[in-house]
Design a protein around this ligand. Structure first.
Ligand SMILES: *Cc1c(COP(=O)(O)O)cnc(C)c1O
Ligand code: SF4
Length: 319
């Protein structure tokens, strides 16, 4: 993490990319900073401005264009916040905003404008979130989200796990994190042991968009989690120019399975301001998905969904 790139200039030079990309990258990075750990950059192809991993993190001029329908809070998270740091939209499960920090900044992030300062559950505010979870016995599953919950130190995570375990009606813990993919070294024996000791059944949902993200080191981290009794699922976002081709999706799902992970969701992009250039239309998505369905066994097919503010679940794209 300490060696992460945060300067567009350094990233562009390191990858031997054309310096003409720099002015736009600098301007866009002022709105939402560049951040990408070196270990992820080393999976990119040098000299290729279209590299599918690079496109996820390189700030671009297109982000500065305003497009109708692409807004700051596209999924209505702020309206579904009953206590500081809690987003409760769906029956039986509540989401905790544990931190605003992430190992890397995805340019298409639906929370890129999220007011983490006011709306996180971290520091003293965990208490308000825990009180809320404790009061509502219909909540069986707590989802740690962010930001990235694995950015939090082990000692503080352990403290949070213990507080959650003390809530009798909770039976499942779900952690949404990109960390096993981005910084696999984060998945230490210690944190796996901590997870495997829990009373709560534990699910880790990673976020991997392209097969090239899964290096051998990543696979080892996933194996450690699986051996610790954690179930592994993947969610990805359908992104123009990154993973919107059939072969890319087929390969992603197959490689995930080899790495102990089942594809869970393939999300349509949330219409967040600054990410319109990544959008794949519903019509295109449907066409791609139909082909994908014919290529993969049912258990390797992610659910194609999108999110709409005010709805009681993610919404499947109907074919
Ligand atoms: C997506 C989401 C969930 C999880 O939904 P599942 O369909 O169970 O994966 C829960 N809470 C919020 C606020 C969400 O956005
Ligand atoms: S890891 Fe998730 S929360 Fe963090 S920048 Fe990427 S999409 Fe956003």
């Amino acid at each position: 993490m300490a060696n992460a790139f945060t300067s567009p200039e350094e990233l562009i030079d390191y990858l031997e990319l054309d310096r003409s990309l720099l002015p736009a990258a600098r301007a866009a990075a002022l709105r939402f900073g560049l951040r990408v750990p070196r270990g992820f950059v080393d999976r990119m192809q040098r000299g290729n401005p279209q590299d599918p991993l690079l496109l996820q993190v390189l700030p671009m001029g297109a982000e500065l264009e305003l497009r109708p329908g692409f807004v700051q809070d596209p999924v209505g998270d702020l309206a579904a916040t009953p206590a500081a740091g809690v987003v409760h939209k769906y029956h039986g499960r509540a989401l905790l905003i544990t931190t605003g920090a992430c190992a890397l900044h995805c340019r298409y992030c639906f929370r890129r404008h999220f007011p983490y300062q006011e709306a996180s559950a971290h520091l003293d505010r965990w208490q308000a979130a825990l009180d809320y979870l404790g009061r509502d016995a219909s909540i069986k599953e707590v989802i740690l989200s962010g930001g990235d919950p694995m950015m939090i130190a082990d000692s503080r995570l352990a403290e949070l796990f213990r507080a959650l375990e003390a809530i009798p009606h909770l039976t499942r813990l779900r952690i949404h994190t990109r960390m096993p993919i981005i910084v696999p070294q984060r998945i230490t024996e210690e944190i796996v042991e901590e997870l495997s000791r829990l009373r709560l059944k534990t699910v880790v949902v990673v976020h991997c968009n392209h097969a090239r993200e899964l290096t051998q080191q990543v696979c080892q981290a996933l194996k450690r989690l699986e051996e610790g009794g954690v179930r592994l699922l993947n969610q990805s976002v359908l992104l123009k120019g990154i993973n919107d081709e059939l072969e890319v999706q087929v390969q992603l799902c197959e490689v995930l399975f080899d790495a102990q992970v089942l594809p869970y969701y393939l999300h349509l992009l949330d219409p967040v301001q600054g990410a319109a250039h990544f959008n794949v239309s519903q019509k295109e998505a449907r066409l791609l998905y139909r082909q994908l369905q014919q290529r993969l066994p049912g258990y390797l097919l992610p659910k194609l969904v999108y999110e709409k503010a005010g709805e009681a679940s993610k919404i499947p794209v109907t074919l």
